[in-house]
Design a protein around this ligand. Structure first.
Ligand code: CP3
Length: 358
């Protein structure tokens, strides 16, 4: 069902971010940063407090303020909801916290078929009313589009199964191959949860959604295709009627970019390992691309950052359908002044650099 006429996405349809998602000409190259809200900002550290991030997320006015901070400071072209990929699963009762400096941690990880019962359907107005409150408060105050999001079934499954961040994803891969029936049931439930969560964010006022499959690059293309692709594809299918741009991001996805693109998003985000013109080639001409400056380089002095950013803008060629971003989240050690200069460079010279010979 298309969105009501008074949905914020209509009023913002001419914004550079939403136009770029649809591969339309833009007045400047739009830019936002994954993890633009967070510990790199002194104003975030000042109000975030010591508790679990999940408590901060439950406080709608705090979460809305944190979401706005980078928009105010950097003048980025989109806001991303301050929340986390584990919020919906935690809300339906599969207890998982986010330990500062570590990441999502479950004391009772997913081990067997019986654990499926711990994942009932998500009813956003009942289970995560505070998320919807935050979205509503934000869209009353923002003059740029708000991006809603969810963790992709695979990346959320990996946290539930491992119980903590993992380098090898060994338990996840083991369950996938040794108990494919349980695996697909788990993925199917996580698909329903991701769809319910993103749908509710859009209905509350978000103008776009991004599915974070951060760890999908840990899989071979064959495993991705057999064990992950059908579920991520269903996520995008089930959001198609909303007619808002749908983005898809993962890290280390060079080998699976074309498959990720086939899953159905409108925008494909990539990390720094593949040059942006090659990303475009792999995802096909029907998609917008997002990326892809290495966030580690943002810890260097401005001339280093500037050189890399210019190279990305040149490679993007000033063609419609490029959203500038980092290849992963802003690192906490990043100097916000560097990101401020980066936004100015992308806005002021992005299109021009794209059309100049490299
Ligand atoms: O500005 C934004 O991008 C908005 C909000 C956002 C957060 N998490 C806030 C957050 C988003 C989109 C996420 C998604 C998320 N969470 C992902 C997918 C994106 C990615 O980074 O690949 C993943 C894998 C997670 C899981 C997660 N949450 C990790 C690995 C961590 C880091 C642990 C740490 O403390 O170093 C978190 C915590 C988290 N989520 C923070 C923020 C701002 C950091 C610190 C805090 O507790 O204040």
């Amino acid at each position: 069902m298309p969105l009501p006429i008074d949905h914020p996405s209509h009023a913002l349809s001419e914004s550079p971010y939403l136009r770029a998602c649809r591969r339309l000409q833009v007045s400047h190259v739009p830019v936002w940063f994954q993890r633009q809200a967070g510990r790199s900002l002194p104003e975030y550290r000042a109000i975030r407090g010591e508790g679990s991030i999940l408590d901060a997320i439950e406080d709608s006015s705090l979460a809305a303020e944190i979401t706005m901070q980078p928009v105010r400071r950097y003048g980025v072209d989109a806001a991303i909801l301050f929340s986390d990929i584990v919020v919906p699963v935690n809300a339906v009762g599969f207890t998982i916290d986010v330990v500062p400096g570590v990441g999502p941690t479950a004391s009772q990880p997913f081990r067997r078929k019986a654990d499926l019962q711990r994942l009932r359907n998500l009813e956003p107005p009942v289970d995560t009313p505070y998320v919807l409150e935050t979205v509503k408060e934000l869209v009353r105050n923002l003059d740029v589009p708000l991006i809603g999001f969810a963790g992709a079934p695979f990346t959320v499954a990996s946290y539930l199964i491992e119980g903590q961040p993992s380098r090898t994803h060994a338990k996840t891969k083991s369950l996938m191959h040794s108990e494919p029936g349980v695996w697909h049931d788990l993925m199917s439930r996580l698909t329903d949860i991701a769809v319910a969560s993103m749908r509710s964010q859009v209905l509350a006022g978000a103008s776009a959604v991004q599915l974070f499959d951060s760890w999908a690059g840990a899989l071979s293309a064959t495993d991705y295709k057999n064990f992950v692709f059908p579920h991520s594809q269903r996520v995008f299918d089930e959001l198609a009627d909303l007619e808002v741009p749908r983005a898809h991001f993962g890290l280390g996805t060079a080998e699976i970019l074309s498959l990720m693109s086939e899953a159905g998003a409108d925008v494909v985000g990539a990390d720094w390992r593949v040059p942006i013109d090659e990303v475009r080639r792999r995802v096909g001409s029907e998609k917008a691309v997002q990326g892809n400056l290495d966030p580690a380089l943002c810890l260097s002095d401005w001339p280093v950052v500037e050189k890399q950013a210019r190279a990305i803008l040149q490679a993007a060629g000033g063609l419609p359908g490029h959203i500038f971003n980092l290849g992963h989240g802003v690192l906490p050690e990043t100097d916000p002044a560097i990101l401020e200069m980066l936004v100015a460079l992308v806005h002021n010279e992005g299109l021009q650099l794209g059309s100049s010979p490299s």
